[in-house]
Design a protein. Structure first.
Lengths: 505, 501
């Protein structure tokens, strides 16, 4: 069968799965007074439609920032404004439409997510699968990326617009991979201006482009490229922030809304270091907010340093993908005020590794979906969670033959395997950690924990037992995989002598 | 375990080793057995599981009143003694399927009580707790295993041509995809809510058994099916005549006409005993209790004052089918494939001319026809017409706005796949320009009915117009397919006669 028909069939199937998930409940459905993310998006449409631009981010009588105040950059606000213009004005009437829920409204909101996905994210995935992934598995990789449960459940279940920011970031990667550096940086800046969490990806983009400039020689073409990129970035930023540029107070307020440093090291249960550490040592109470901030900043920087330096020295697409994973995962694990949904930021670049390192990628993607289980349970998305997870696991393992790529050579640990055995004798089998049996054990444990979270009631003294177990279990996976992906990235020799051999993998 | 996850690449490059035996005995099997290696079927569970996942994700979609119908039947069979089953009428959805289906609901109800006991209370009308929805949906998905098994058996009976193809181009792969992922079955069973997958599974299994030459099993399966849902009476003539002609008369004369001396009373008795014993199992308890008239009145509702208008087309349709079946299968039997063609014509004829026919009955023609479609170019062309129009005619079943994208996306998925795969299989276009234009017109009808008309001022005064337009437009396509199918049936009959001379 021709490529175009198979691709269309995969897209249709992906869209059907997405819309079927959207038939379920959303965040905060029927839960006054605060509701949830769905109401937040609707409220932003209300605010942007009715109020002038200079009031969007400020606390006024008409705009109570405590009730889902805007805390994303301007592109989100413009998108909300666009959506508000397309619908029934009753749904965005100032104050009166608060908490509005109806069949038609839900359909409209879900449709906006689908349209955004179809216009931005899915074309980027198509281009990536067919132009930048190697080997004969292009269509299979495409289907597997489309079926990643985490993004589907958050965007079409919980309700968010991650497909826009992640899609734009993916466009950035694809365009950079095709060699158009200026356009790639443009795409990424747009992505950054949609959601500030894309900062997790910013360092790899920066190091990759800077590394390319260095390679081309800072005296000549490299400098020219650097200037072009810098100008593009600044102009794009200026265009996105244009309505706010007139008043420095505006800019400060927006930045203040985007980075709420007053909110503490973490909220709720999230599968990162601080929350897991909090189980043993109550760091939230021991350290002051400022100390927490500096501590997390330092550990984050330390964690991303090796990967960034390696990328700077060797700016290839493969290194870039790995750096994206390592940087965003490090940010997730060590940064300040991280939400569990931010796991989607490392998940996107890991999707790009499905072709090259199928088993670790599938393992990570499954763990990332599992880590958001408490959120899905709160939103009433248990059935979609179970079905999409099982479907993804089955299809990705079957289509990508994940279990046949567990050999040491395929796992690309390189010379570090022996080094690890010497240094850490007790855990010398680290390289053998990523194998079939451990994978099955992990998946069984995830299934067991999922079942317990649903079926059993936690003991009275420990009401958060199951979310905590889920977080800690996921955290251990993320930490282990962070280590693994870092080793893979560092292990690659600077001068790729056997380029062809690597490409054939 | 790794063996199951064999890379598709290695499956694609299987060398041609398919056995192509000549037709040993047209009157025995009428087919050639394709024998793929056992380990080459790893794609089949993938296809089956894929569609099962899709079904699971549709659990929370819209469901019709048929959902309440089956919940009510679960309640009746669980909570009341057998003697009351066909008398109970608290709910308007009284039991009107044959007793074997009632026993099926009874066995389901034993599982249902572990999900939510309240659904089994007869007085709980329109009871739709999440556990009830989950149980009912899962019961349809799980009983579809019969359908999946039947599809596997049908795929094994498909004729294979020589020459290596990639997996996606093999007829048995295409047939499996067309059957397992059939759009009509998906939306009728898993959104609208019915148990057609289970029933059609038994029908297809029976057909497969006949194609494989295991006629007694085929007959048994069909009798069971009749006792599960009596609508299959429409195709009973095809079965009856075929079995009588090709099974009871063991040999034919060289010219193909019946050799009366070869009649085998043993075989006739075997068939008869199967029919009687299944019937006894199903209706026996009710006959013993003297409730047979009541059961029959539920199965064949006899409305006072409308009897002539209500029944005449039914009887006429049955007579018409018997007549056709007789002439084709009796005079010039073409083995199991001829029987299958006749079955499809019977089913389609009953859809065309029967009374009180539901649009879902088009599936009775489409599903068995899929087997013929992957084997002959002409059949593939008729199949594409019939299937596209037939499936589109099911659109009004899902009238809710939330399900509109699902039905459009799934329809596009199935139509795109059926067109591209059959075109590739038979190398070239299968439809003439007029047919293609007609099918493209379906897009215009859809836009008219779902987008343009609801925004027009006539929506409130004449709300039935979209339904009318859909039905009329589709009836053109279905009638056209029926005529072509009929002509192909007669032409085969004619060719044989011609060969004689």
């Amino acid at each position: 069968m021709e490529n175009w028909s198979l691709v269309s069939i995969c897209v249709l199937f992906g869209l059907t799965a997405r819309w079927a998930v959207s038939l379920n409940s959303y965040s905060g459905a029927g839960k006054p007074p605060m509701f949830g993310d769905y109401e937040a998006q609707r409220h932003w449409q209300e605010v942007t439609y009715n109020l002038p631009v200079h009031e969007w981010y400020f606390n006024t009588t008409d705009n109570n920032l405590n009730y889902w105040g805007l805390d994303y950059p301007p592109l989100t606000a413009y998108h909300s404004l666009l959506c508000a213009h397309l619908i029934n004005p009753d749904w965005v009437e100032l104050h009166a439409s608060r908490g509005h829920e109806s069949y038609g409204h839900k359909l409209f909101m879900r449709a906006t997510v689908l349209v955004a996905d179809l216009l931005i994210y899915i074309p980027a995935v198509v281009l990536y699968s067919f132009y930048l992934s190697e080997g004969s598995n292009k269509k299979k990789v495409f289907l597997c990326i489309l079926l990643y449960p985490g993004l589907i459940l958050i965007d079409y279940g919980h309700f968010q617009y991650n497909s826009i920011s992640l899609g734009l970031a993916l466009w950035g990667v694809v365009v950079l991979g095709l060699g158009w550096d200026v356009l790639g940086s443009l795409a990424f800046v747009l992505s950054l201006n949609y959601k500030q969490m894309e900062l997790y990806h910013s360092l790899p983009f920066f190091c990759y482009l800077l590394g390319k400039c260095f390679k081309q020689g800072l005296a000549g073409r490299g400098l020219f490229l650097l200037v072009k990129i810098a100008v593009t970035v600044l102009v794009t930023f200026a265009l996105c922030w244009l309505p706010f540029l007139s008043d420095p107070g505006q800019i400060l307020q927006v930045v203040h809304r985007l980075f709420p440093v007053g909110r503490g090291l973490f909220e709720d249960k999230v599968a990162n270091t601080w929350c897991s550490l909090n189980v043993l040592i109550k760091i939230k109470t021991i350290l002051s907010t400022d100390t927490q901030l500096y501590f997390s900043l330092t550990t984050t920087l330390l964690a991303i340093l090796p990967s960034s330096i390696k990328l700077l020295m060797k700016p290839t697409l493969w290194q870039f993908k790995l750096a994206l994973v390592n940087s965003s995962l490090a940010f997730f694990l060590f940064s300040f005020q991280v939400h569990e949904k931010s796991i989607l930021l490392p998940a996107l670049p890991v999707c790009l590794l499905l072709n090259d390192l199928p088993l670790p990628a599938i393992w990570f993607l499954q763990a990332s979906t599992f880590s958001m289980l408490p959120l899905f349970l709160k939103d009433g998305l248990l059935v979609p969670y179970v079905v999409t997870s099982l479907a993804f696991l089955f299809f990705s393992i079957y289509l990508l033959s994940a279990f046949e790529h567990c050999s040491e050579d395929k796992l690309r640990l390189g010379p570090y395997r022996r080094l690890l055995i010497c240094i850490v004798r007790r855990y010398g089998y680290l390289s053998n950690c990523i194998n079939k049996d451990h994978f099955y054990f992990s998946i069984t444990a995830m299934a067991g924990l999922s079942f317990m979270s649903v079926a059993l009631a936690p003991p009275d003294q420990l009401p958060d037992l199951f979310p905590l177990l889920v977080s800690v279990f996921s955290y251990l996976h993320f930490l282990g995989l962070l280590l693994y992906f870092n080793i893979v990235q560092i292990a690659e020799p600077l001068q790729s002598v056997r380029k062809n051999q690597k490409k054939s993998n | 375990m790794c063996y199951l996850y064999v890379e598709l690449q290695s499956v694609i490059s299987i060398p041609p080793r398919l056995i192509h035996r000549g037709q040993a005995s047209v009157y025995d099997t009428g087919c050639v057995m394709a024998t793929p290696r056992a380990d080459d079927w790893s794609w089949f569970p993938a296809l089956a599981l894929g569609v099962s996942f899709l079904k699971c994700i549709l659990i929370n979609a819209y469901h019709s009143t048929d959902f309440e119908v089956h919940r009510n039947w679960l309640a009746i069979t669980h909570s009341l003694p057998v003697s009351k089953w066909y008398h109970e009428n608290t709910s308007e959805w009284t039991l009107d399927y044959p007793p074997l289906f009632a026993w099926f609901e009874y066995s389901l109800s034993h599982v249902a009580q572990h999900f939510d006991k309240e659904m089994l209370v007869v007085q709980n009308l329109i009871y739709t707790s999440p556990a009830t929805i989950l149980f009912q949906r899962l019961s349809v998905i799980v009983t579809d295993i019969v359908f999946i098994y039947a599809v596997k058996e049908c795929c094994r009976s498909v004729r294979e041509e020589k020459g290596s193809k990639d997996l996606l181009g093999h007829p048995f792969f295409i047939l499996a995809a067309l059957l397992l992922w059939n759009f009509g079955l998906l939306i009728v069973d898993h959104i609208h809510f019915q148990y057609n997958g289970f029933l059609f599974g038994i029908l297809l299994l029976s057909v497969a058994r006949h194609l494989q030459g295991r006629h007694l099993e085929g007959a048994l399966l069909f009798t069971v099916l009749l006792n599960l849902k009596h609508i299959y009476l429409y195709i009973a003539p095809a079965y009856g005549i075929f079995l009588l002609r090709s099974y009871c008369f063991t040999k034919d004369n060289t010219d193909g006409s019946v050799r009366w001396s070869s009649f085998s009373p043993v075989r006739l008795v075997a068939l008869g005993s199967i029919v009687i014993s299944v019937g006894a199992l199903s209706f026996g308890p009710f006959i013993a209790m003297g409730q047979l008239p009541q059961v029959l009145s539920r199965l064949f509702p006899f409305k006072r004052g409308l009897c002539h208008a209500y029944w005449a087309p039914n009887v006429w349709a049955l007579y018409n089918m018997v007549d056709k079946a007789l002439s084709v299968i009796w005079c010039r039997p073409r083995g199991a494939r001829g029987f299958l063609r006749c079955l499809v014509v019977c089913a389609l004829g009953s859809f065309m001319f029967g009374w009180h026919v539901h649009e879902k009955a088009i599936l009775m023609a489409i599903l068995p026809f899929s087997i013929l479609a992957v084997e002959s170019r002409e059949d593939a062309g008729i199949f594409l017409m019939l299937t596209t129009t037939g499936h589109y005619s099911l659109f009004p079943l899902l009238f809710t706005a939330a399900e509109l994208p699902i039905k459009v996306l799934l329809m596009l998925l199935f139509t795109l796949y059926s067109f591209t795969s059959l075109k590739k299989l038979f190398r070239g276009s299968l439809l003439n320009p007029l047919e293609t234009t007609y099918l493209l017109g379906l897009v215009a009808v859809e836009i008219l009915c779902e987008v343009v008309y609801p925004l027009s001022p006539w929506q409130h005064t004449l709300p039935f117009v979209p339904l009318l337009v859909t039905s009329v437009y589709c009836s053109l396509g279905v009638s056209y397919s029926f005529i072509r199918l009929y002509v192909s049936l007669l032409r085969q009959h004619g060719t044989d006669k011609h060969k004689q001379l």
